[in-house]
Unconditional design. Sequence first.
Length: 220
Amino acid sequence: MTAASPTIHVVDDDKSFRTSIGRLLTASGYHVVLYESGAQLLEKPPGDGPGCILLDMRMPGLSGLDLQERLAKLNIILPVVFLTGHGDIPTSVQAMKSGAEDFLTKPASKARVLDAIERALTRSRQKHEQREQINGLRARVSCLTAREQEVFSLVVRGKMNKQIAFELGTAERTVKAHRHAVMEKLKVQSVAEAVLIAERLGMIAGPSGTNEPQAGDGHD
């Protein structure tokens, strides 16, 4: 196993089931960690590495839905696959609305379980890549000085240099210098690229939002 190997976190209060599913998943080539309760998993929450959570619904203490909610609040992005002997339509709908990858009812076939896990792992890799990209963009923006961040914020909202200079109470040539520094530090060639960074970081609304930025170059 390498550091990047995905981990399947199995949360189920049934010891015999944990043992059998653990053997199945290990034999299928996965790294597996077993938990007898949601509280046990929360004692040492999973990190940001690729993987998924195979989760029972009805357990002493935290239910599966309770744990799903706690994980969301902790910003843990691992996809959740429910595998339960106590499934019903309202519960499954609630689980899926809360972001579950799948909802299986015991006894589920080996093929169905492995297929659901593979889909969850694909989603996990996508989320992991997206988070890495976002962290990289945040790192670039954090390199900007306070004034450069102000200029960046106004540039991506379509403000021209003279408008920015007026708003910040500075000279237009100073704005141009800050603007050049912003473009270099963000490693972008156009305002359109800078706008995309701002959108990805939630600094401005995207194209479908009510605060749609202008994508022009903003030069006088």
